[in-house]
Every structure is written in C-alpha cells, then in structure tokens.
Ligand binder design. Structure first.
Ligand SMILES: C[S@@+](CC[C@H](N)C(=O)[O-])C[C@H]1O[C@@H](n2cnc3c(N)ncnc32)[C@H](O)[C@@H]1O
Length: 216
C-alpha cells in the first residue's frame, strides 16, 4: 500500500460528497454494470461488498439479494452510502467499517464483490485479501478494478502511481486460483481496467465435496 489505511480513508472522506458526480467515465460505468451482472445473487444470497465506497454496487444488488453488507475504511464514503440507501428506501443493505484484510463481518456470505478499490493494496496485500475472501466460503467473487492487461502506463487513465498499486491480470489470476477459486470470466474494459469472475473450484468447500472426500 502506497499510503496508510488512514491516509486512504481521509483521502476518500475528503472527496466523498462529490465522488458520485465525478464517476462519469465510460469505463467506470462499464465496470459497475459488469460487476452487478456477474454477481447475479439470488433472493436467498448474502453479498459482501468490499471497498463499497458510496455503495454503487451494494445498492444496485440490494433489490436482488437477501442482504448486502458493504464495508469500507472511509466514514465519509459510508455516510454517503447510508444516505443514498435511506433515500432509495433500500432496507436490506448495511454499511460499516471494514478493511479488505479484516472486513469485520463473520456472518454467512454467498457472493463477494469489489469494484475499483483493491488496487490500493500491494500485490502481497491483495493476495491476503483474496485469502480472506475465500475464507468467507463465498461461492463467487467478482472483482472489478484497475488491473494491467498490458504494460503499466501512468499516462493512461485510472492509474496514478503515487496512490495506486494495481496488479497484472496474471498476478490476480494466480492469487485467485491459489485461494481455491477457478477463473470463469475475464472482461477487459480498458487496457488498465477489467472484471474478473472467480468461482469456488469444483465444489471445493461445499458439503458435497466434503462427502466425496470422506467416501474416497
Ligand atoms: C474508488 S472507490 C470505489 C468505491 C465503490 N466500490 C465504487 O465502485 O464506486 C475506492 C474505495 O475503496 C476504499 N478502500 C481503500 N482501501 C481500502 C481497504 N484497505 N479496505 C477497504 N476499503 C478500502 C476507499 O475508502 C474507497 O471508498
């Protein structure tokens, strides 16, 4: 991480009131749509949104899911998210403090999502965060983020080396598979932005898999 958690939190709290108005790029919007589409929770599913910010993903998934839990380190961003939920009358979405590597939520989780947030972590920290995601037992993890399909280029949008630390798609794919996920979709939105869909590999961690292991 190129800044401390507190520095990132303050940075986002400072811009929270204007954050939504500033997210007009086609790529950001495409990423939001793809994350929501691939998350596809059912009415009995609990969704955990890490780095939820002002709740773009969490609030879009609220009407589809049983419950959505949004976690972020910036109180200013969380406050905006809570205001938007109240204004929209969405009651099954809850926002609170939580870090990627310590989400402070130990309830049931079926689907984990994250959009435009994990690139603040170093690659080693991303790997730890992905292990935390896997440990929730979620069957699916949808990650939209700044990520490198080619060579990093600070002249291109979405990547400011002084605050961001995006990974290559290969590094993320390795971390996901090492954590027990299978990569089922890779959506390239821009050379530096994409969405990865990871599903729990071959029933791993499910009751059926445990029964099969015992029977072998
Ligand atoms: C660019 S915003 C994206 C917000 C939202 N997901 C969206 O799609 O609009 C990045 C968010 O990540 C949060 N964040 C940064 N580092 C974090 C960490 N270590 N744990 C949890 N959230 C973090 C920031 O506070 C900020 O709200």
């Amino acid at each position: 991480m190129k800044k401390t958690i507190e520095e990132h939190a303050d940075r986002f709290s400072d811009i929270a009131a204007d954050y939504d108005d500033d997210q007009s790029s086609e790529e950001y919007r495409a990423c939001v749509s793809l994350v929501v589409e691939h998350a596809a929770p059912g009415p009995d599913d609990v969704v955990l949104d890490l780095g939820t910010g002002t709740g773009a993903i969490a609030l879009a998934l609220g009407p589809e899911a049983k419950r959505v839990v949004g976690r972020d380190i910036s109180e200013g961003m969380l406050e905006q998210a809570r205001t938007k939920a109240a204004e929209a009358g969405i009651e099954n979405v809850e926002f609170g403090y939580g870090e990627f590597r310590a989400p402070d939520y130990d309830g049931e989780v079926d689907v984990v999502v994250s959009n435009f947030a994990m690139h603040h972590l170093s690659d080693a920290e991303k790997r730890e965060a992905i292990e935390v995601v896997a440990a929730t037992g979620a069957r699916r993890f949808v990650l939209g983020d700044v990520m490198f399909f080619g060579e990093p280029d600070p002249e291109e949008p979405f990547y400011s080396p002084e605050v961001d630390d995006p990974a290559t798609v290969g590094t993320l794919a390795d971390a996901l598979t090492d954590a027990g996920f299978a990569l089922t979709a890779v959506e390239s939105v821009h050379d530096q932005v994409g969405v990865l869909v990871a599903e729990r590999a071959a029933g791993e961690g499910t009751e059926e898999a445990v029964v099969e292991d015992i029977e072998e």
